[in-house]
Design a binder for this molecule. Structure first.
Ligand code: URA
Length: 207
Protein backbone atom coordinates (compact mmCIF):
# COMPACT_ATOMS: atom_id res chain seq x y z
CA UNK A 1 0.00 0.00 0.00
CA UNK A 2 1.22 3.50 -0.84
CA UNK A 3 0.09 6.57 1.12
CA UNK A 4 0.88 9.88 -0.56
CA UNK A 5 0.85 12.64 2.04
CA UNK A 6 -0.98 15.42 0.24
CA UNK A 7 -1.05 17.83 3.18
CA UNK A 8 -0.42 21.38 1.89
CA UNK A 9 2.51 21.91 4.27
CA UNK A 10 4.24 18.79 2.93
CA UNK A 11 3.59 19.74 -0.68
CA UNK A 12 4.80 23.32 -0.19
CA UNK A 13 7.99 22.22 1.56
CA UNK A 14 8.63 19.56 -1.09
CA UNK A 15 8.37 22.21 -3.81
CA UNK A 16 11.01 24.28 -1.99
CA UNK A 17 13.22 21.18 -1.82
CA UNK A 18 12.86 20.64 -5.55
CA UNK A 19 14.00 24.19 -6.34
CA UNK A 20 17.60 24.13 -7.60
CA UNK A 21 18.15 27.51 -5.88
CA UNK A 22 17.53 26.01 -2.42
CA UNK A 23 20.86 25.82 -0.58
CA UNK A 24 22.21 23.18 1.81
CA UNK A 25 21.01 24.77 5.06
CA UNK A 26 17.46 25.27 3.89
CA UNK A 27 17.35 21.90 2.13
CA UNK A 28 18.37 20.14 5.36
CA UNK A 29 15.78 22.01 7.39
CA UNK A 30 13.08 21.20 4.85
CA UNK A 31 14.07 17.51 4.72
CA UNK A 32 13.79 17.34 8.52
CA UNK A 33 10.43 19.12 8.55
CA UNK A 34 8.98 16.94 5.78
CA UNK A 35 10.25 13.85 7.63
CA UNK A 36 8.38 14.91 10.77
CA UNK A 37 5.19 15.45 8.79
CA UNK A 38 5.59 12.08 7.06
CA UNK A 39 6.09 10.45 10.46
CA UNK A 40 2.86 12.03 11.69
CA UNK A 41 1.09 10.18 8.87
CA UNK A 42 3.12 6.95 9.03
CA UNK A 43 2.50 6.62 12.77
CA UNK A 44 -1.16 7.51 12.81
CA UNK A 45 -2.15 3.92 13.65
CA UNK A 46 0.17 3.49 16.63
CA UNK A 47 -1.73 1.78 19.41
CA UNK A 48 -3.02 3.74 22.36
CA UNK A 49 -4.22 2.78 25.78
CA UNK A 50 -5.28 5.02 28.63
CA UNK A 51 -3.52 6.02 31.80
CA UNK A 52 -5.22 7.46 34.84
CA UNK A 53 -3.67 10.63 36.17
CA UNK A 54 -4.53 13.88 37.81
CA UNK A 55 -4.35 17.16 35.96
CA UNK A 56 -4.13 20.25 38.16
CA UNK A 57 -7.95 20.31 37.83
CA UNK A 58 -9.18 16.72 38.15
CA UNK A 59 -8.39 13.02 37.70
CA UNK A 60 -9.08 11.39 34.32
CA UNK A 61 -8.11 8.66 31.85
CA UNK A 62 -5.83 9.93 29.09
CA UNK A 63 -4.28 8.34 25.96
CA UNK A 64 -0.71 7.05 26.00
CA UNK A 65 1.19 4.97 23.47
CA UNK A 66 1.26 1.22 23.98
CA UNK A 67 1.87 -1.83 21.80
CA UNK A 68 5.09 -2.64 19.99
CA UNK A 69 8.10 -0.48 20.62
CA UNK A 70 9.54 1.32 17.60
CA UNK A 71 12.71 1.11 15.57
CA UNK A 72 13.85 3.62 12.97
CA UNK A 73 16.25 2.29 10.35
CA UNK A 74 18.16 4.69 8.11
CA UNK A 75 19.39 3.59 4.72
CA UNK A 76 22.76 5.35 4.49
CA UNK A 77 23.50 8.01 3.89
CA UNK A 78 20.53 10.16 2.94
CA UNK A 79 18.14 8.34 5.28
CA UNK A 80 20.10 9.67 8.28
CA UNK A 81 18.52 13.10 8.18
CA UNK A 82 15.07 11.53 8.31
CA UNK A 83 15.77 9.28 11.33
CA UNK A 84 17.49 12.13 13.16
CA UNK A 85 14.37 14.27 12.74
CA UNK A 86 11.88 11.52 13.54
CA UNK A 87 13.67 10.35 16.69
CA UNK A 88 12.85 13.74 18.21
CA UNK A 89 9.16 12.72 18.00
CA UNK A 90 9.70 9.19 19.34
CA UNK A 91 12.78 9.50 21.56
CA UNK A 92 12.49 5.96 22.95
CA UNK A 93 12.81 4.44 19.46
CA UNK A 94 15.96 2.46 18.75
CA UNK A 95 17.83 3.39 15.58
CA UNK A 96 19.47 1.04 13.09
CA UNK A 97 21.60 1.73 10.02
CA UNK A 98 21.96 -0.13 6.75
CA UNK A 99 24.56 0.80 4.13
CA UNK A 100 24.43 -0.64 0.62
CA UNK A 101 26.40 -0.17 -2.56
CA UNK A 102 25.68 -1.43 -6.03
CA UNK A 103 28.04 -4.15 -7.27
CA UNK A 104 29.38 -2.75 -10.57
CA UNK A 105 29.25 -6.17 -12.25
CA UNK A 106 26.02 -7.72 -11.02
CA UNK A 107 24.37 -4.28 -10.43
CA UNK A 108 22.85 -5.85 -7.31
CA UNK A 109 22.87 -4.04 -3.95
CA UNK A 110 25.47 -5.38 -1.51
CA UNK A 111 25.40 -4.51 2.21
CA UNK A 112 28.62 -2.91 3.53
CA UNK A 113 27.09 -1.97 6.90
CA UNK A 114 24.24 -3.44 8.90
CA UNK A 115 23.71 -2.53 12.53
CA UNK A 116 20.22 -3.17 13.84
CA UNK A 117 18.66 -3.20 17.31
CA UNK A 118 19.02 -6.75 18.71
CA UNK A 119 15.28 -6.91 19.42
CA UNK A 120 14.23 -5.70 15.96
CA UNK A 121 11.84 -8.67 15.64
CA UNK A 122 9.76 -7.29 18.51
CA UNK A 123 9.62 -3.75 17.15
CA UNK A 124 7.56 -1.90 14.63
CA UNK A 125 10.07 -0.70 12.05
CA UNK A 126 10.13 2.55 10.07
CA UNK A 127 12.75 2.53 7.31
CA UNK A 128 13.90 5.88 5.96
CA UNK A 129 15.17 6.50 2.45
CA UNK A 130 14.38 9.93 1.00
CA UNK A 131 14.48 8.83 -2.64
CA UNK A 132 12.78 5.61 -3.75
CA UNK A 133 14.27 5.44 -7.24
CA UNK A 134 14.87 1.95 -8.70
CA UNK A 135 13.79 0.41 -5.40
CA UNK A 136 16.79 -1.93 -5.40
CA UNK A 137 18.43 -0.67 -2.19
CA UNK A 138 15.17 -0.22 -0.32
CA UNK A 139 14.04 -3.71 -1.28
CA UNK A 140 17.38 -5.23 -0.20
CA UNK A 141 17.31 -3.27 3.08
CA UNK A 142 13.78 -4.45 3.80
CA UNK A 143 14.84 -8.04 3.03
CA UNK A 144 17.69 -7.79 5.54
CA UNK A 145 15.24 -6.47 8.14
CA UNK A 146 12.92 -9.40 7.46
CA UNK A 147 15.89 -11.79 7.68
CA UNK A 148 16.55 -10.30 11.13
CA UNK A 149 12.94 -11.05 12.11
CA UNK A 150 11.19 -7.72 11.51
CA UNK A 151 7.55 -8.23 10.62
CA UNK A 152 5.85 -4.89 10.65
CA UNK A 153 7.70 -2.53 8.32
CA UNK A 154 6.84 0.92 6.95
CA UNK A 155 9.03 2.54 4.30
CA UNK A 156 9.18 6.33 4.57
CA UNK A 157 10.37 8.31 1.54
CA UNK A 158 10.23 11.95 0.53
CA UNK A 159 9.99 11.23 -3.21
CA UNK A 160 9.38 8.06 -5.20
CA UNK A 161 9.45 7.01 -8.83
CA UNK A 162 6.68 4.67 -10.01
CA UNK A 163 9.40 2.13 -10.86
CA UNK A 164 10.59 2.04 -7.24
CA UNK A 165 7.08 1.77 -5.87
CA UNK A 166 6.42 -1.16 -8.23
CA UNK A 167 9.57 -2.97 -7.04
CA UNK A 168 8.60 -2.66 -3.37
CA UNK A 169 5.01 -3.69 -4.10
CA UNK A 170 6.32 -6.74 -5.99
CA UNK A 171 9.03 -7.77 -3.48
CA UNK A 172 7.34 -6.70 -0.25
CA UNK A 173 3.56 -6.38 -0.67
CA UNK A 174 3.19 -6.28 3.12
CA UNK A 175 5.23 -3.06 3.43
CA UNK A 176 3.38 0.25 3.71
CA UNK A 177 5.07 3.06 1.74
CA UNK A 178 4.54 6.61 3.02
CA UNK A 179 5.76 9.27 0.60
CA UNK A 180 5.25 12.97 -0.12
CA UNK A 181 4.94 12.49 -3.90
CA UNK A 182 5.30 9.90 -6.64
CA UNK A 183 6.95 11.61 -9.62
CA UNK A 184 6.80 10.85 -13.34
CA UNK A 185 9.65 8.39 -14.01
CA UNK A 186 13.36 7.61 -13.69
CA UNK A 187 15.77 9.02 -16.27
CA UNK A 188 18.60 7.02 -17.88
CA UNK A 189 20.92 7.92 -14.99
CA UNK A 190 18.50 6.61 -12.36
CA UNK A 191 17.36 10.06 -11.20
CA UNK A 192 13.75 10.72 -10.35
CA UNK A 193 12.09 13.13 -12.83
CA UNK A 194 11.30 15.95 -12.12
CA UNK A 195 12.70 15.01 -8.70
CA UNK A 196 14.98 17.13 -6.58
CA UNK A 197 18.42 15.89 -7.66
CA UNK A 198 20.74 13.82 -5.50
CA UNK A 199 19.28 14.01 -2.00
CA UNK A 200 22.53 12.98 -0.27
CA UNK A 201 24.53 15.64 -2.12
CA UNK A 202 21.96 18.30 -1.38
CA UNK A 203 21.80 17.38 2.33
CA UNK A 204 25.55 17.17 2.84
CA UNK A 205 26.74 19.73 0.28
CA UNK A 206 28.78 17.18 -1.65
CA UNK A 207 28.91 16.71 -5.37
N1 URA B 1 18.72 9.16 -5.43
C1 URA B 1 18.67 10.50 -5.35
O1 URA B 1 19.22 11.10 -4.44
N2 URA B 1 17.98 11.16 -6.29
C2 URA B 1 17.34 10.56 -7.30
O2 URA B 1 16.69 11.23 -8.13
C3 URA B 1 17.40 9.15 -7.38
C4 URA B 1 18.11 8.47 -6.43
Amino acid sequence: MVSVVTHPLVQHKLTLMRDVRTGVKEFRELASEVSLLLAYEAMRDLELTTETLETPIQQGDFPVLTGKKLALVAILRAGLIMTEAIVTLVPAAKVGHIGLYRDPETLLPVAYYNKLPADIAERRVFVTDPMLATGGSASAAIQSLKDAGAQNITLMCILAAPEGVAVIERDHPDVHIVVAAVDSHLNDHGYIVPGLGDAGDRIYGTK
